[in-house]
Design a protein around this ligand. Structure first.
Ligand SMILES: [Zn+2]
Length: 215
């Protein structure tokens, strides 16, 4: 695990401190950091002075050599450009993703761990969004994240970064969504590095405008 030291101030007691954060998390070599990704606490730290919880933002790369996945969380737009430059040619057999959204970074790695394709995951969330919009025309969400809380699978909807509501969702439908929407090449390959709800909307539009789209 590569690490860097951040100089921070606790938001509660204002004590200055040095926090060591991972810049890479290797699935097999860094089991503790991997567990923190899965339970959603990678970016949470406890102040040693007052015991208060701190949220710490840092860019990080996740590597799963078995499933051949590289996933980057880049909170800094300059970092996004840098990583994009690194992957003009992707390593053979690898799925590479970049996201500027911390929640999406954690969501993707959890989805991969559960054996889901993240493109299918985005399309699955979009089907729920369209179902809601068909009954509530004024429901406007520009993002959706999959979560598991209180023993239930949820899709949480956001508008401009603000949480606006959630629905119960059934992940057992994801393979069917994959079969229906992702079994054909739709020419969206150039946006492969960024797979989010915008990607899903673009993919669906491309599918609907194909001359041979019968479904
Ligand atoms: Zn503190």
């Amino acid at each position: 695990m590569n690490e860097e030291i951040l100089e921070l101030e606790c938001p509660h007691c204002h004590a200055a401190q040095r926090v060591s954060v991972p810049t890479t998390v290797h699935k097999l070599d860094d089991p503790d950091a991997y567990r923190r990704i899965l339970d959603g606490t990678l970016f949470e730290y406890t102040c040693p002075h007052c015991g208060g919880k701190m949220h710490v933002t840092f860019g990080v790369m996740f590597h799963d050599p078995e499933k051949r996945i590289l996933c980057f969380y880049c909170p800094d737009p300059n970092q996004v450009k840098e990583v994009m430059g690194m992957f003009e040619e992707k390593p053979a057999g690898y799925t590479v993703r970049i996201t500027e959204d911390e929640g999406r970074f954690l969501e993707k790695i959890r989805a991969f761990e559960q054996g889901y394709d993240d493109k299918a995951l985005e399309m699955w969330k979009l089907t729920y969004l369209y179902q809601i919009v068909s009954h509530h025309e004024d429901f406007e969400a520009d993002d959706a994240l999959y979560g598991y809380r209180d023993g239930a699978h949820k899709i949480d909807f956001y508008k401009e970064g603000r949480y606006i509501g959630s629905v119960d969702a059934d992940p057992a439908l994801i393979p069917g969504v994959k079969e229906r929407f992702l079994s054909r090449d739709t020419g969206v390959v150039q946006d492969d590095l960024f797979v989010d709800i915008g990607w899903a909307m673009e993919h669906l539009t491309n599918l609907l405008h194909r001359p041979d789209s019968a479904s």
